[in-house]
Design a protein around this ligand. Structure first.
Ligand code: FAD
Length: 382
């Protein structure tokens, strides 16, 4: 029975561990933090991610802590719906729908699905050495472990990636982001409707969660590491988004203390030309951190988890398994990174004329693009 070492207990690492355990592998996840961090925002999982969860055999359990979205739309600053996708269309086209989660709920559930001791906290990966058919992993505390495979699921700033692809770099998108969750009853009509309002050089998202909670996010064009931006409070959002629709004002009025606001510049990592280095593979954000414009980084990490576990199960050797994993994933993840980057650029346009044209085109294209576009994005087979 092969021993698999996974670095990072995020969505990608935990789903990979769940998949491999199910197939009878010995798996251990090592996480740098001593305890689970405060995961204070939301996440949307699109139909492809839901189908990946089904492959893992955990779809129903995960949906129990989630909230089904009946519609997700893009709205102009004037409140005009520019595009919208409904759960009915998704169900008809690809057989699954969209779900929203409080990240803490999702993470806690994934952790609970692994047996006691499968995740070791407080272990920071430092380097790996490949020795014949084994990989030796070294941690910051001076300890080492040995396995047959190493999976780097250690996120955008991945130390595993830095060791094997030292030239890879993180690129700043040009816009910054704040996120949080507020307690707010949106009313029956809006309780399953998510929206992203596109303004000029700024956006505001409202995503209902279970338990009358609302996940909100805001984005604005900015220099990186801007001190004013990183210290935004409720009244800054009130000022900056004062010409946005009333729904936005309502959510902003519920934003609490500064420590309830999570700030971060939006960045991405271009996927390296290869995701596999001998017995070492990268998955999730470690391999292909994308901007959040498609809401797909987590979903694609779950897809990676399904595929790498299948390849390791079905292939006669680790080398062949990892080669197959890379061959199956590279094109899709590159496309997602690029599409997300492009969408973000357009969504953040700020010129009056370009924004008017963008909104007109988005509305004009409307549903006509839905069929093929949706199938390409969401209709994954494993
Ligand atoms: C604003 C925003 C909104 C988003 N919205 C969505 C969305 O709606 N839907 C969606 O699907 N995706 C979304 N994403 C993307 C999604 O959050 C990520 O793609 C996803 O969390 C990646 O999971 P991961 O497991 O690969 O990495 P991470 O979640 O980053 O987990 C990596 C783990 O590795 C650990 N680690 C790091 N270094 C080490 C080390 N040296 N040793 C040991 N452990 C280490 C970290 O502590 C962490 O626990 C969004 C992202 C952002 C920024």
């Amino acid at each position: 029975m092969k021993q698999v070492i996974i670095i990072g207990a995020g969505i990608g690492g935990l789903c990979t561990a769940i998949a491999l355990k199910e197939q009878g592998f010995r798996v251990k996840v090592y996480e740098r933090f001593e305890a689970v961090q405060d995961l204070g925002a939301g996440i949307i999982l699109h139909p492809n991610a839901i189908r990946a969860l089904e492959e893992l055999g955990i779809k129903n359990a995960v949906q129990m802590v989630g909230h089904q979205l009946h519609q997700l739309g893009v709205v102009s600053q004037d409140g005009e719906v520019l595009s919208a996708i409904s759960s009915k269309t998704l169900k008809d086209e690809v057989g699954e729908t969209m779900w929203s989660f409080h990240r803490a709920d999702l993470h806690a559930l994934l952790m609970k699905m692994l047996p006691e001791g499968a995740v070791e906290m407080g272990k920071t990966f430092v380097k790996a050495e490949q020795k014949g058919e084994k990989v030796e992993v070294h941690f910051k505390d001076g300890t080492q472990v040995e396995g047959d495979v190493l999976i780097g699921a250690d996120g955008m700033n991945s130390s595993v990636r830095k060791q094997f692809v030292p030239e890879s770099h993180i690129r700043y998108s040009g816009y910054t982001c704040w996120r949080g969750v507020v307690q707010l009853d949106l009313g029956d009509q809006m309780d399953h409707v998510g929206m992203e309002v596109w303004g000029r050089g700024k956006r505001f998202g409202i995503i209902p969660l279970s338990g009358k909670r609302v996940y909100w996010f805001a984005m604005e064009n900015s220099d990186p590491d801007d001190e004013v931006m990183m210290n935004y409070h409720r009244n800054d959002f009130q000022q900056s988004f004062d010409d946005f629709p009333p729904e936005v004002q309502r959510v902003i009025s519920h934003i609490g203390e500064p420590h309830d606001i999570i700030w971060g510049d939006i960045e991405e990592v271009k996927p390296p030309k290869t995701l596999v280095f001998g017995r070492v593979a990268l998955i999730g954000d470690a391999a292909h951190a994308m901007t959040p414009n498609l809401g797909q980084g987590g979903g694609i990490a779950i897809e990676d988890a399904v595929v790498i576990a299948k390849c390791l199960t079905d292939s006669p050797s680790v080398e062949e398994a990892l080669d197959r994993y890379e061959a199956k994933r590279l094109t899709r993840v590159m496309q997602m990174v690029k599409r997300s980057e492009n969408l973000g650029k357009i969504a953040q346009w700020e010129g009056r004329v370009s924004v008017a044209i963008r909104n007109w085109v988005t509305k004009k294209m409307g549903d006509s693009m839905n069929g093929p576009r949706l199938r390409k994005m969401y209709d994954v087979r494993f």
